[in-house]
Design a binder for this molecule. Structure first.
Ligand SMILES: Cc1ncc(COP(=O)(O)O)c(C=O)c1O
Length: 457
């Protein structure tokens, strides 16, 4: 089985269960991972639909030019389809969009015009206005206008909605999606509510955008508009594709919370996704928690695009620190934690043949709860107070037996550069501490107490 061209591979993206990030909730959260589309975003779907509708209406003819204002992803979807169908592409973008996005569009043959972000939509310099002007000037061209083009919403009524309904066997109870042109949320929402009107449609907006206040009050409030960093969601206009009747509730997520959640998805779920994906999951978790969703609730959250477009920002520690998005605590390394210890630990070891009674004495004298166990100088295991206690309480005679009889696996090793996020993941029920292998081979220890100590500072 093969596809005749790349655009035939658009859609049928997977639903992936969120685990570590959502395991504090009773309800199940499934992520619709749209970076599996060939252009690595949800926009591939509506880009193709807009082109096909324009062709059907005779608005786009062979050798024509496609013009669009985009945050990058729609441009990518249009450029891939244009490459297959032989159209030229010209895109206007706001200068807040990442350099990666601009470079990628040029890489797939599009011409990109970068416009100032902080101008009003009707300003002739805005990326909306420049696109409109170009379409008037260039013969045999079409301004796709994803904001008001009905094909945007139709694409999701015809593809994304039915996929989710089928993949969840109709058991979905909540749909969460970020709001930009609103084609994604209103298309999927329209289809799902036709299947089951009780399904709740939750929109995720950002601070500096008009949607939440508009939804709650019907008021388009200019005071809600101010520059923000999250890419792809939020608006300072109301697109025609925005049908508020489909949406039940809107949550706002800050640039910082979205960025931190995006990094967490990569590190805890292995989902290397874009910034607005962090917004969507943060909003989904907040809603599920605040509404106390139950075990019969099934929430689907849309993850629009891939992480590669945000390497210079969300995934760049310097950029994150420069924007005060990284709390110093989350940046601490093993070396720094060791440096913050009230008193340097004297590493205590035991030989595997020593007696448990000696271990009890050492733990009491040194006030320590775990001891690495050695054999011929090599660390081969670890002794924890809970295991010693359980063993001796079960059978006091065990006091005279070798520690090797109750020891567990060696404590995990980390490097001086290992960050607290990784260390805190390693320290758990089994491992009450980690060992730090220094550059000169010296070994030190970081315990649960040490972590509490540095976080309490
Ligand atoms: C990264 C990203 N997230 C979310 C969205 C919002 O999708 P929609 O425009 O369908 O509301 C977009 C839209 O461009 C996007 O690029």
């Amino acid at each position: 089985m093969y596809y005749n061209n790349i655009i035939e591979t658009i859609g049928n993206t997977p639903l992936v269960k969120l685990n570590a990030t959502a395991d504090h909730l009773k309800s199940t959260i499934l992520a619709k991972v749209e970076y599996f589309n060939p252009g690595n975003s949800v926009k591939d779907r509506m880009a193709l639909k807009m082109i096909e509708e324009a062709e059907k209406k005779g608005l786009l003819k062979p050798g024509g030019t496609i013009i669009e204002g985009t945050s990058g992803n729609t441009g990518m979807g249009l450029a891939l389809a244009a490459a297959v169908k032989g159209y030229r592409c010209i895109f206007t973008m706001a200068d807040k969009q990442s350099q990666e996005k601009i470079d990628i569009l040029r890489a797939v043959g599009a011409e990109v015009i970068v416009c100032p972000t902080s101008v009003a939509p009707e300003d002739p310099r805005s990326y909306y206005s420049v696109a409109r002007t170009l379409a008037k000037e260039i013969p045999n061209s079409i301004y796709m206008n994803q904001y008001d083009n009905p094909a945007n919403t139709v694409a999701h009524i015809e593809t994304t909605g039915p996929e989710i309904w089928e993949q969840t066997e109709g058991k979905i109870t909540h749909l969460v999606a970020g709001m930009g042109t609103c084609g994604t949320i209103c298309g999927i929402g329209t289809y799902l509510k036709e299947q089951n009107p009780d399904i709740k449609i939750i929109g995720v907006d950002t601070y500096g955008s008009v949607f939440k206040k508009l939804h709650e009050t019907g008021v388009f409030d200019e005071k809600e508009i101010y520059p923000y960093l999250t890419e792809g969601i939020g608006e300072d206009i109301v697109p025609d594709n925005c049908n508020m009747e489909v949406i039940d509730h809107i949550i706002k997520v800050t640039d910082k919370d979205a960025a931190l959640m995006t990094r967490k998805l990569a590190r805890l779920e292995g989902l290397f996704v874009g910034w607005s994906c962090g917004s969507a999951v943060q909003g989904a978790l907040e809603y599920a928690y605040s509404q106390q969703l139950g075990k019969d609730d099934l929430m689907v959250v849309i993850l629009p695009d891939h992480g590669t477009r945000y390497l210079g920002k969300v995934y760049n520690d310097n950029w994150m620190s420069d924007h005060n998005f990284l709390d110093k605590e989350t940046q601490l390394t093993a070396k720094q934690i060791l440096g913050m210890k009230e008193k340097p630990a004297v590493m205590v070891y035991m030989d595997k043949n020593q007696k448990l009674s000696e271990a009890l004495k050492i733990m009491r004298q040194q006030g320590i709860s775990q001891i690495p166990v050695k054999e011929n100088g090599e660390i081969i295991g670890s002794l924890t107070e809970s295991r010693v206690l359980n063993a001796v309480l079960d059978d006091p005679a065990l006091k005279e037996s070798a520690v090797s009889s109750v020891m567990s696996d060696p404590l995990p090793f980390v490097l001086p550069s290992t960050r607290i996020e990784i260390i805190s993941k390693l320290i758990n029920q089994e491992n009450p501490a980690v060992l730090v292998q220094g550059e000169k081979g010296e070994v030190d220890i970081i315990t649960k107490f040490d972590l509490i100590n540095v976080l309490a500072n």
